[in-house]
Design a protein around this ligand. Structure first.
Ligand SMILES: C[S@@+](CC[C@H](N)C(=O)[O-])C[C@H]1O[C@@H](n2cnc3c(N)ncnc32)[C@H](O)[C@@H]1O
Length: 344
C-alpha cells in the first residue's frame, strides 16, 4: 500500500512510501530522514494518509457505499481488504463497429474505448491480471461472479481455472425481451453467461439454497435464469451503455451473501451491484475509470437514500418483492454489522 506522509516542521514536505501500515509508513520516513542526519520527532508528523484516498470519489453517509475512481488493475494493488463476494462485469471486447436495432432504429453497438477488442493474447492477459488481483481481495470462503458473452467468457473461465478457483456454476441469463437480429443470418442473441466460482477448492462457500428455492416457486433454482433486460425506470439517473438489471444482481447477492457482507465490483459502471447490495443490506465498494459513470452511481445511491424510493425500488425487483411479501421478517434485521471496514 502507498501512504502519503506529511511532515510539518521546517521541512514542510510530503513523502510517498510503500508500507503495510500507517505506523510502518511513519517509521520508514523517519529512517529516510535519519540517513540525512535529520531526526524527526513524532510531533513533526502532520498526517499519514492512505494514498488511495486520492482516488476516493464518494463515500455515503451510511458508510455502506464507497466508490473509487481509477484503473482497477492499479487500485486493487493499493489497499488491503478482504471481501465476501465479488461481482465483475468486465469489458466484453465487443465494440468493433457492429450494429443492432433499438426502439426501431439501427444503432451502432460500440460501448466505448474501454470495450474495444484487442488480440486474443491481450484479452487473456487483461483477464488474468484483474482476476488474480481480485483473488487477493477475496476471503478464503469468498466467491466471485463474472459475466460475459462468447467474446470474453472462455478467456475468463480459463483464467479462473489457471488461478486456482473452483467453478461452481455457469448461469445462463436468458433475456425475455432481447433485441431482434437485423441481419436475419443468425439466431437472435438473447443470452449472457455468468460464471460463479469460489476462491479455494477445499473451503466451503455460502449458498442460500432455501431462499433460491423459495423465489423459484418452491422448486430447486436452475442455472437458467429467465429475467428481462434492463427496464427504463432503472436508467432515470443517467444512461450506462451496458447497465445490468437489478433483478440479476439481486438474485446473485441473495444466493451467495448474508446481510452485512462486503461486496466488491471492480468494473462498477452505474453500480447496479452496489444498489442491489444496499437494497439488501450488504456493504459495497465499486471502482470505475470513467468519472461520468461514477456520477450515475452516486446519483443512484442518493436516490435510494430516500425511503420512499428505496421501498419503490424493492417492489420493482422480482425476487425482493416476492420475499418481502412471503417472508417480511427476513429483512427486518438490525444493522449491527461487524466493525470490519474499508481502510478509507
Ligand atoms: C460492462 S461495464 C459495467 C456495467 C455495470 N455492471 C452496470 O450495471 O452499470 C464495464 C465498466 O468497466 C469500466 N472499466 C473498464 N476497464 C476498467 C479498468 N481497467 N478499471 C476500472 N474500470 C474499468 C468501464 O468504464 C465500464 O463502466
Amino acid at each position: 500500500m502507498e501512504y502519503q506522509v506529511t511532515i510539518t516542521e521546517v521541512l514542510s514536505r510530503t513523502e510517498r512510501v510503500e508500507a503495510s501500515s500507517a505506523v510502518m509508513a511513519e517509521k520508514m520516513v523517519r529512517l529516510r530522514y535519519a540517513k540525512e542526519d535529520i531526526v524527526l520527532d513524532y510531533s513533526d508528523f502532520k498526517s499519514v494518509d492512505f494514498h488511495t484516498a486520492d482516488s476516493l470519489f464518494f463515500k455515503s453517509d451510511d458508510q455502506m457505499f464507497t466508490l473509487l475512481h481509477g484503473d482497477s488493475t492499479r487500485l486493487l494493488n493499493e489497499f488491503d481488504f478482504k471481501f465476501d463476494m465479488i461481482f465483475a462485469d468486465p469489458p466484453y471486447f465487443l465494440s468493433n463497429g457492429g450494429i443492432s436495432i433499438q426502439s426501431g432504429r439501427v444503432v451502432c453497438v460500440d460501448k466505448g474505448d474501454w470495450d474495444r477488442g484487442g488480440t486474443p493474447e491481450s484479452i487473456d492477459a487483461f483477464n488474468r491480471k484483474w482476476i488474480s488481483l481480485c483473488r487477493n481481495k477475496l476471503k478464503d470462503n469468498g466467491t466471485i461472479w463474472i459475466s460475459g458473452t462468447y467474446h470474453n467468457i472462455f478467456s475468463v473461465a480459463h483464467s479462473l481455472t489457471e488461478l486456482g478457483f473452483k467453478i461452481l456454476n455457469v448461469i445462463t441469463w436468458a433475456k425475455t425481451n432481447p433485441p431482434p437480429n437485423i441481419s436475419c443470418r443468425y439466431f437472435t442473441y438473447s443470452t449472457e453467461f455468468i460464471i460463479w466460482a469460489r476462491k479455494c477448492e477445499k473451503v466451503p462457500h455460502y449458498y442460500n439454497y432455501a431462499l433460491m428455492k423459495q423465489v423459484n416457486e418452491n422448486k430447486q433454482m436452475t442455472d437458467v435464469w429467465r429475467l428481462p433486460a434492463i427496464a427504463p425506470w432503472e436508467k432515470r439517473c443517467g444512461k450506462h451503455p451496458t447497465q445490468k438489471p437489478l433483478a440479476v444482481l439481486s438474485r446473485i447477492i441473495l444466493a451467495s451473501t448474508q446481510p452485512g457482507a462486503w461486496i466488491l465490483d471492480p468494473f462498477t459502471g452505474s453500480s447496479t451491484t452496489g444498489i442491489a447490495a444496499n437494497l439488501l443490506g450488504r456493504r459495497f465498494l465499486g471502482i470505475d475509470k470513467e468519472e461520468e459513470y461514477l456520477q450515475i452511481s452516486r446519483a443512484r445511491k442518493l436516490e435510494i437514500e430516500n425511503l420512499h424510493t428505496f421501498d419503490a425500488c424493492r417492489k420493482k425487483v422480482k425476487d425482493i418483492a416476492l420475499l418481502d411479501k412471503q417472508s417480511p421478517s427476513l429483512f427486518a434485521h438490525e444493522e449491527d454489522f461487524t466493525p470490519y471496514d474499508l481502510p478509507f
